[in-house]
Design a protein around this ligand. Structure first.
Ligand code: G6D
Length: 347
């Protein structure tokens, strides 16, 4: 029997109410969402002793999100998540210029991306919330009026399913993701360095920091980025300046097939999170700048670096400028559709 979704006031943004939507299932899980940034603010799931804990980094008030917007905590990120080199792209012989908000690149849709706007919300049959947003032609420099819908579904199999769809009246790049920061110990472990991770990817796209270009596809084999066999996140992290912040090329058997991308396990709590997606790529980001956030959290007094890990399913960075990468251009008459599933269990 479906439980009712509860709605509470979470704050106010630009004189509009921001509401929190709590979805509970019949198997010990609870998810909280807010319409600011179509953001996941809490994911409560049981450990091997059956004790529930919040495994998602977030805030209990809107202020926390407004003060730490540079972290994109739990939010939907777009119109184009990750980076576009030189903050520009050419489409149908027109050059489009975006905000260079990350060195000379455009990151996460520019200055006011989808994580920093209020979405319309609609609740459905007890376990589903739909967020909608119209990104107008020219918003952050992108062409076309883009109507986006995000549907969050919490199943009794402890899956949080994120369904993405969008239509446009003019050709435009679209690359959306959910930017959750996870710590499966429910932050009883101060960092995720002891979490074990497997990523089903033999290759990654080289991180472009101008130059070298073009962005290349390289093998992870036997290097610090190799997660083809499960290993502790902390084992090789010191070999990477700051930590992991890399986009993996997932081993896909079929274009747009919903397939397993990664598995995360916390030996302390026994919690497991498996990630399935239709996307070709996955960004591994180990919360390398959290200390700068000087944030606060209901359960913790401060964040520390590597307090949580992001596994963001998406297309590759800079795809509008890399013709060999899977395409991200949505044309009028087409429907952008992607799905990512975060499935929680215990071991
Ligand atoms: C940093 O490079 C990282 C991004 O990948 C991440 O999304 C952001 O911090 C929160 O810019």
């Amino acid at each position: 029997m479906q439980k009712e979704i509860t709605i509470t006031l979470f704050g106010e943004f630009e004189n509009k109410p921001v509401s929190a939507y709590q979805i509970s299932n019949n198997n010990g899980m609870q998810v909280e969402l807010i319409n600011y940034g179509a953001t996941i603010t809490k994911i409560i799931t049981p450990d091997r002793a059956g004790v529930g804990g919040n495994v998602l980094l977030g805030f209990d008030s809107l202020d926390g999100y407004l003060q730490n917007g540079h972290m994109y905590l739990g939010s939907i990120v777009g119109r184009y998540c990750n980076r576009i080199a030189h903050a520009k792209f050419t489409l149908h012989n027109t050059e489009y210029h975006l905000a260079a908000n990350n060195e000379t690149a455009c990151l996460h849709g520019g200055i006011t991306g989808f994580d920093k706007v209020c979405w319309d919300a609609q609740i459905w049959d007890g376990n589903r919330v739909k967020f909608s947003y119209l990104s107008e032609d020219g918003e952050e420099g992108f062409p076309g009026n883009l109507q986006i819908e995000i549907i969050y579904t919490l199943t009794d199999e402890n899956e949080l399913i994120i369904g993405y769809s969008a239509v446009t009246d003019k050709a435009t790049p679209v690359n959306l993701t959910s930017h959750g920061y996870f710590n499966l110990s429910a932050f009883k472990e101060p960092t995720i360095l002891n979490h074990e991770l497997v990523i089903f990817a033999d290759q990654y796209t080289t991180q472009f920091h101008e130059p070298p270009e073009p962005t290349l596809i390289a093998s992870v084999k036997d290097g610090p980025l190799d997660f083809t066999k499960s290993k502790k996140i902390g084992r090789d992290i010191k070999q990477l300046p700051g930590g992991f912040d890399h986009n993996y090329v997932l081993n896909k058997t079929g274009k747009n097939a919903l397939e397993k991308a990664a598995g995360l396990y916390d030996p302390t709590s026994g919690r497991v999170m498996d990630v399935f997606t239709t996307e070709p790529g996955l960004q591994l980001y180990t919360g390398n700048f959290i200390e700068l956030a000087a944030g606060y959290h209901a359960d913790n007094d401060t964040f520390i670096n590597h307090a949580a890990v992001c596994l963001e399913a998406q297309h590759f960075p800079n795809s509008p400028n890399e013709p060999v990468f899977p395409g991200t251009i949505l044309n009028p008459g087409e429907t952008y559709q992607q799905q990512t599933v975060y499935k929680f269990s215990i071991r």
